[in-house]
Design a protein around this ligand. Sequence first.
Ligand SMILES: C[S@@+](CC[C@H](N)C(=O)[O-])C[C@H]1O[C@@H](n2cnc3c(N)ncnc32)[C@H](O)[C@@H]1O
Length: 526
Amino acid sequence: MVADRGKCAVCNNQAKSRCSGCVQAFYCSVEHQRADWKNHKPLCSPMRVCHNEKIGRHYVATRDIKPGEIVLREAPLIIGPSQVTVPVCVGCLKEVREKAHGECERCGWPVCSKSCQESINHTKNECKLTVEREDKVVIKHFSTVHPTYSCLLPLRCLMLKENDPERWKKLLELQTHDYKDDDAQYKQDMERIVEFIPRFFKTNKWTKDEIIKVNGISRINGHEVPLTNPSCVAVYHRASFFEHSCRPNLSKSFSEDNEVIFWSPNGIKKNAHLTISYTDVLWETSNRRHHLLQTKRFSCECERCSDVTEYKTYFSSLKCQKCDSGLLTPESLAKWNDDWRCTNANCKNIVTYEKVNKFIEHVGKDLQAMEKENEGNCIKFIEHYSKFLSSNHFYITDVKIALSQIIGNGVNGIQRISDERLKLKAKTCIELIELIEKLAPNEARILGLIKFELHSALAEAGRRAMQVKDANCKAMLEDSLKYCYDSIRLLGNEASCLPEGAVCRQARINASSLETMIGGMLDAGI
Ligand SMILES: C[S@@+](CC[C@H](N)C(=O)[O-])C[C@H]1O[C@@H](n2cnc3c(N)ncnc32)[C@H](O)[C@@H]1O
């Protein structure tokens, strides 16, 4: 449960009453709450923790949330390497290469610099325990997943018990994994973590139940942090209470120093549940649900999963091969693995799920074998599979995203492509934006990137129109600027070290040039 007492925001004495708006600030008396209101009002969180049988704790908006508003910014309780990873530096968590890294002088864990060796996340955790074990770690293979790394994140969580009792208490408030003794994950976790930690580090600091619980907490609540390559994983406290939806109303970003930022791209009404996605919203329904069941242990029945048409996008549907207009879909979520039927009422075509699945697997393999960085391959793939898959199908969408970024990529690339390819780039971007805005309108990162691509195609089209004195050139540049602003708005919370942060920086530069260009046209009376 969340903490039931804290320090009064005014006098620091122990207090039990909380602000009913955000349920975060504590007060020892009504007088102190009133006195603090002016300070607290701008900080008062727009959400409160509620509870229900089906989803457990979750957040509900206590007031309307404005578009662009950040609802939570939080530093991690703990951060560590992913449980499935090639060896990384235990200080900065970035990949290390076989010959270009060092070893911690005290414990042997791979580090990439002296400052990484002295990083507090390392020294007070695995380093301390390895020194106590009196035998250095030896990591020899750097190009494949290393099993010893599986224990590091749970180990760092466990070390909070002695390193930081406040954080340890917060960690234990989080939901843990409901292990079934016979599942493969349980067996692997027992071997690589629960039995491994006491044996390898020669310690009995924690009971078996404690290790199982904490490992479950890190699995259920861990967020993949994309700031390193490969990604690392962080566990946050308040961020752990957001519920999942495959069409979330919040977007997630990270700051350079691993803070997680949840914000609302489109605004949220009072009393709505605040939702994030625990999976990839551009995966198909059965993949998303399988992933959620495997990793977060629940069967997703969100609005999007329950609608087999996925807001009439037919993101998972196949084209009927017996009529010209129908699409094959399952009858309902519960009947996903039964026969799929044609949506055309006059066509009675029914196809078994086995056949549907076999075909989808075939397309998936074809896509995996294809070099997606090649424009020609992408165009051929779309042309061919558009005969069999819905125009918004996730595999078509996947290739369209690649195509939208490849066309005109590279230094001055866009200036050299033909008008036809420029049109194809803009058309692909427009179709993707239309689809994603229906399917997952708060997926800020991918929308921001595609809007940037569209802005660049429109700017180039405007420039070409200007050269031939086409009267539409100003409207084209204005359209381009509009998408550029959108891209800045959608990518504005991304860390500058990420590709999305770099695109946002470029979008700011481009917006300023476009403003100057359009301003010049206005001055010239165009
Ligand atoms: C990160 S925790 C979220 C907070 C959790 N509800 C709690 O009480 O601590 C993730 C867990 O919440 C539950 N959950 C979150 N979203 C859900 C949803 N849409 N449907 C069902 N259960 C959900 C699942 O049990 C899942 O494993």
